[in-house]
Write a protein that binds this ligand. Structure first.
Ligand code: PEP
Ligand code: CO
Length: 449
């Protein structure tokens, strides 16, 4: 049987893999994962690829958002609902402003593994293995919790399954009905971004009532597609969940619809690029400020050899001060290659700072500035600014500085919950959506001019 070279990665260098406490426990976990049902289906993955092809050609916009690191403890109904609500609200703002279809995608139901810059963490003289995400070890700073335990891979699978089940229920069972646009804003109405949202919601309401009066009652208004994605990092999770689809006879990663390769694992001759090049899922690659033109050309050759629209999404995360200088040459390189990748902006990961009181944070102004830079570059080159990739939560946390609520360093001490990178809170997420909607309108005008 053709195995599509899926195990070729074993011969290559795989960065960021945990050292598990027991090989026997690992073999057991992998064998058990390989017998679990798929979380997503090949048909859904193919649908997503065609949606992303629309975005790559300028006819849709991708909104991808969620936690930096999901945790098992936070996979509760309330928290999942709040995140979905935030993404749905942002999508409404974007759709209403730009009149483009918005593809909704969570960094959800699988975002349990993190690359780390160091294998160890030292606190007050005690050194323990770094936290690598709930799929590997626990955040609590004790020896037991920081032990890399393969049984957690199965827990990651199970938590992803229950998260996805709830996502499917919320997005197809009435909650995502466009007649609920006001309900998504409940509990948030007293801040400026939410007030602005209310006025859009009122317009949509009127349009919905008008359509109802005309007798239009389409399924598209009652339910929405919602895709899930995560960083493809751990081979001990992804390989056992990769299956050959019986219809197409091709391999699919069934742990999520969309998989991206991170900035730290995108080496051209490394295990990650090799493994994911062999599956049919649409793929993303993060591109940091050191990315060269040649990197882009070679990544395209490996990951999108057929030049298939929708196959490859390039996620730039340059930092506000660098995007205007670094991005244009990469876009030109992609043009030269004959590929039509979907270009999206991650305005989070190039803008990290550490505050004086010791928090990992990001300035909302820098996030906005990188988004502006992304749009400016695409406008200048006549290419489509195709999407937004953000770390967000639907909860009222204080992790990123600024925004109209003017979160300052001392507020971080009160409402900082992230176990990894700082996320935009509900209001900052909505504010960002308004900015992006305005930029999309401007880009549409300049492409017509
Ligand atoms: C992330 O998306 O959380 C991440 C680690 O990003 P990057 O690979 O861009 O650093
Ligand atoms: Co992150």
């Amino acid at each position: 049987m053709n195995d599509f070279g899926l195990d070729n990665y074993l011969k290559l260098e795989a960065k960021q893999q945990p050292t598990w406490y027991s090989q026997e426990a690992l073999a057991e976990a992998r064998s058990s994962l390989s017998k679990q049902p798929p979380l997503v289906f090949a048909g859904e993955v193919d649908t997503l690829r065609s949606r992303l092809a629309d975005a790559a050609s300028g006819n849709a916009f991708l909104l991808q958002g969620g936690d930096c690191a999901e945790t098992f403890a936070d996979a509760t109904a309330d928290r999942i609902r709040n995140r979905i609500k935030t993404v749905l609200q942002m999508a409404v703002v974007l759709m209403y402003g730009s009149s483009l279809p918005v593809i909704k995608m969570g960094r959800m139901a699988g975002q349990f593994a993190k690359p780390r810059s160091s294998d160890f963490e030292t606190r007050e003289g005690v050194t323990l293995p770094a936290y690598r995400g709930d799929a590997v070890n626990g955040y609590e700073f004790t020896e037991q919790s920081r032990t890399n335990d393969p049984a957690r891979l199965l827990q990651a699978y199970n938590t992803s399954a229950s998260t996805l089940n709830l996502i499917r229920a919320f997005t197809t069972g009435g909650f995502a009905d466009l007649r609920q646009v006001h309900a998504w804003n409940k509990g948030f109405t007293d801040n400026p971004a939410n007030k602005k949202y209310e006025s859009i919601a009122a317009d949509i309401d009127r349009a919905m009532k008008f359509m109802q009066a005309c007798g239009v009652d389409s399924n598209e208004l009652r339910a929405t597609e919602f895709f899930v994605s995560h960083e493809g990092l751990l081979f001990d999770y992804e390989r056992p969940l990769t299956r050959i689809d019986s219809r197409t006879n091709l391999p699919y990663v069934t742990s999520g619809h969309f998989i991206w390769i991170g900035e730290r694992t995108r080496q051209l001759d490394g295990a990650h690029v090799d493994f994911f090049s062999r599956v049919r899922n649409p793929l993303g690659v993060k591109l940091g400020p050191t990315t060269t033109k040649e990197d882009v050309l070679r990544l395209i050759d490996k990951l999108d050899p057929e030049r298939e629209p929708g196959r490859l999404t390039l996620i730039s995360r340059m930092g506000a001060g660098k995007i205007r200088d670094e991005l244009p040459k990469l876009i030109e390189a992609a043009k030269e290659s004959g590929s039509t990748p979907l270009w999206i902006t991650d305005p989070m990961h190039g803008n990290g700072i550490t505050t004086k009181n010791g928090y990992k944070s990001r300035r909302f102004d820098d996030v906005m500035d990188e988004v502006m830079g992304f749009f400016e570059v695409h406008r200048a080159l006549g290419t489509h600014p195709g999407g937004l990739h953000v770390e967000l939560t639907g909860d009222d946390v204080a992790e990123c500085l600024g925004g109209s609520e003017m979160i300052d360093e001392s507020t971080l001490e009160e409402r900082y919950e992230s176990v990894c990178d700082p996320r935009l809170n509900h209001m900052q997420s909505l504010e960002l959506a308004f900015l992006v909607a305005e930029q999309l309108v401007q880009s549409a005008r300049s492409s017509k001019a």
